[in-house]
Ligand binder design. Structure first.
Ligand SMILES: [Zn+2]
Length: 234
């Protein structure tokens, strides 16, 4: 599947009931079609417009994003909650591709974040762990429970200033809050990931790397340190 895939679909307008035949991208190869990257990032690729009345809406459907040069593939599957993609045919298509980061994501914001992470040459597992560690600091500083931090995304990466920044959304009103962090924290996260996520790094299929995944790694890391502490008493 080297090229971008397009299907034609009849969509009935929810406003005027007329049918429009629209082109939908089911896969996007930005190495062969670099212009599509921008359409993804500004979401215009997913905009649908009724030819009759002009009503427009955002479409939500599975899309595979493929950057062969930077060696990553992101599969947006709305609301997916599995850790691994259970699509045998697709796995079969891509099983011989080695050293490619393959991810599944459940929503648009995560989709764009993963593209940003991999384009920046970062390890998304380490970014996820860093984001979790920083979110705990934000919760403490803001005097809110950790569960009040609903979402967070990498929003800035600057090697000159040695910082990365995350935008978190806090509470029911989802107020945005930006917190920056020194890259040393990312470096530390990376060494933890390299030690504890060996198995996940070897997986050949599409996997979901998110907060839940990072919490599991953090739990194992803390437990490991506890064991080391206890055994050193002997
Ligand atoms: Zn219409």
């Amino acid at each position: 599947m080297a090229n971008s895939g397009v299907i034609k679909k009849r969509i009935v307008c929810p406003k005027c009931n007329e049918t429009t035949i629209s082109k939908l991208y089911t896969s996007v190869n930005v190495t062969n079609h670099p212009e599509l990257r921008e359409y993804v990032m500004n979401e215009s690729l997913f905009k649908w417009k009724c030819h009759t009345c002009g009503y427009s809406a955002n479409l939500t459907y599975p899309v595979l994003y493929n950057d062969m040069k930077k060696r990553f593939m992101i599969y947006l599957i709305p609301r997916i909650d599995h850790f691994q993609l259970a699509d045998k045919a697709l796995e079969e298509d891509f099983k011989n591709l080695k050293h490619i980061n393959k991810r599944i994501v459940p929503d648009f914001n995560t989709f764009k974040e993963k593209i940003f992470i991999f384009e920046s040459g970062l390890d998304d597992m380490a970014v996820e762990l860093t984001k979790l560690a920083i979110s705990k600091i934000v919760a403490k500083n803001q005097g809110v429970d950790e569960s009040e931090i609903k979402e967070g995304y990498l929003s800035m990466y600057n090697t000159e200033n040695n910082t990365m920044g995350f935008t978190y959304f806090i509470g029911e009103e989802r107020s945005p809050y930006v917190q920056s962090a020194r890259l040393e924290i990312y470096g530390k996260s990376k060494s933890v990931v390299n030690e504890l996520a060996v198995k996940d790094k070897k997986l050949k299929g599409f996997i979901r790397i998110d907060r839940e995944w990072a919490e599991n790694i953090l739990y194992r890391y803390k437990r490991g340190r506890q064991v080391a502490k206890n055994s050193s008493k002997w």
